[in-house]
Design a protein around this ligand. Structure first.
Ligand code: PMV
Length: 322
C-alpha cells in the first residue's frame, strides 16, 4: 500500500505544443527529449484506511485546488485499475528550485505514476506507465523511460507513449540552464496548449514536425552535434513563434533571453559546441558536451541578466526506491 519513486525532469529538443485531445493530452506532434540527471523529484504514495480525501504535500507544503485535483485524477485511474478504494497521501519533493525554468510537472507525474501504481500492486509496463504519466502532464510521458527519449504521438490513448531511443551513456551531453527570471508565474503549459491552434503558424509547425523528428532522431543516434544544434534551435524558435502569435499572445522571452540566444549562436560560430532551447518561460537551456559544462556555465554567468546557472547531465529512467 506504500511505494516511493524518483523521476528526472526532461528537456525537449523537438517540442510538444498543442493537443488533439485536451483531456487525454494526446499531442498534435511527436517530440524528443533527454532526461536531466542530478535534478529529481521523489514521490511517496501511501493508500490509507483513515483518509476521507487524497492529500498532497509538495516540498513540505500541503496543496489543494488544481494541483491536488490533477494528482487525484491519476490516483482515480490507479484505483479503477486495481480495485482499491482507499484515499492516498502523496508526499513529493524536488531537489531543484521551482521557477528556475525546469518543468517540475514532467518529473512529478512520472514519479507519481510509478509510485501510485506500485503502491496499488499494479505491475504496469513502461509504455503503460508512460501513458499514465501523460494523463497528468504530456511531457511527463517522456520522463518515464531513460536517456534520450521519443514520444510517439500515436493514434489513440494507448499508443501515445514515450520510449528510449538511446541510453543516457550514449552521448555525454549536459544542459546549462541560464536563469534570467525567477519572477511571476507565466501562463502554464496546461493553459497554453489550447491556445496553439489560435496561431496561424501552428499548422505549418505541425505539418513539418515529422521531418524535424527524423532529423533529430538521426542526429542523436549519429551523435552529430551540428545537425542536432540546428534542428533543436529551429524547433524551439518555431514553437515560440506560435506562442507569440497566439490569441492571447504568449510572449515568454525577456531581453536577457535574447542576449543568451545571441551569445550562444556567436559562441557556436566561433567553434564552441553549444545550442539553445527554450520552454514555456524566459530561461534558456544551453546544451553542450559534459566536458564543456563548467566552461559554458561560467560564460553564461558572465552575461548581463543571467542570475544563476543550473547544470545537469543526461539522466536515466524513473525508478522505484522502496
Ligand atoms: O507537459 P506540459 O503540458 O507541461 O507541456 C510541455 C511543453 C513544453 O515544455 C513547452 C515543451 C515540451 O515538449 O516539453
Amino acid at each position: 500500500m506504500k511505494s516511493t519513486a524518483i523521476a528526472h525532469p526532461n528537456i525537449a529538443f523537438i517540442k510538444y505544443w498543442g493537443n488533439l485531445n485536451q483531456d487525454l493530452r494526446l499531442p498534435v506532434n511527436g517530440s524528443f527529449s533527454m532526461n536531466l540527471e542530478g535534478l529529481a523529484t521523489k514521490t511517496q504514495v501511501i493508500f490509507r484506511e483513515d483518509l476521507s480525501e487524497d492529500i498532497l504535500i509538495l516540498n513540505e507544503k500541503e496543496e489543494d485546488g488544481a494541483g491536488l485535483a490533477r494528482v487525484s485524477q491519476i490516483l482515480d485511474e490507479v484505483r479503477a485499475a486495481s480495485g482499491i478504494q482507499l484515499k492516498a497521501e502523496v508526499v513529493s519533493e524536488n531537489n531543484f528550485p521551482t521557477g528556475a525554468g525546469i518543468a517540475s510537472s514532467a518529473a512529478a507525474f512520472a514519479a507519481l505514476a510509478l509510485a501510485a501504481s506500485k503502491a496499488a500492486g499494479l505491475d504496469l509496463d513502461e509504455a503503460a506507465l508512460s501513458v499514465l504519466a501523460r494523463h497528468g502532464s504530456g511531457s511527463a510521458s517522456r520522463s518515464v523511460p531513460g536517456g534520450f527519449v521519443e514520444w510517439q504521438m500515436g493514434e489513440d490513448d494507448k499508443s501515445s507513449y514515450a520510449f528510449s531511443i538511446a541510453p543516457a551513456e550514449h552521448w555525454d551531453l549536459a544542459d546549462c540552464v541560464a536563469v534570467v527570471s525567477t519572477g511571476h508565474k507565466e501562463t502554464g503549459s496546461t493553459q497554453g496548449h489550447p491556445l496553439a491552434d489560435t496561431s496561424p503558424l501552428q499548422a505549418a509547425r505541425v505539418a513539418d514536425a515529422a521531418r524535424r523528428i527524423e532529423i533529430c532522431r538521426n542526429a542523436i543516434l549519429e551523435r552529430d552535434f551540428e545537425a542536432f544544434a540546428s534542428i533543436a534551435e529551429a524547433d524551439s524558435d518555431l514553437m515560440h513563434a506560435v506562442m507569440m502569435t497566439s490569441n492571447p499572445a504568449l510572449f515568454y522571452w525577456k531581453p536577457a533571453t535574447l542576449r543568451v540566444m545571441d551569445s550562444v549562436r556567436n559562441w557556436r560560430a566561433a567553434g564552441i559546441p553549444v545550442f539553445y532551447t527554450i520552454d514555456a518561460g524566459p530561461n534558456v537551456h544551453v546544451i553542450t558536451y559534459r566536458e564543456k559544462m563548467a566552461e559554458v556555465s561560467k560564460m553564461l554567468k558572465e552575461l548581463e541578466g543571467v542570475s544563476d546557472v543550473l547544470t545537469a547531465t543526461v539522466g536515466g529512467a524513473a525508478h522505484w526506491v522502496e
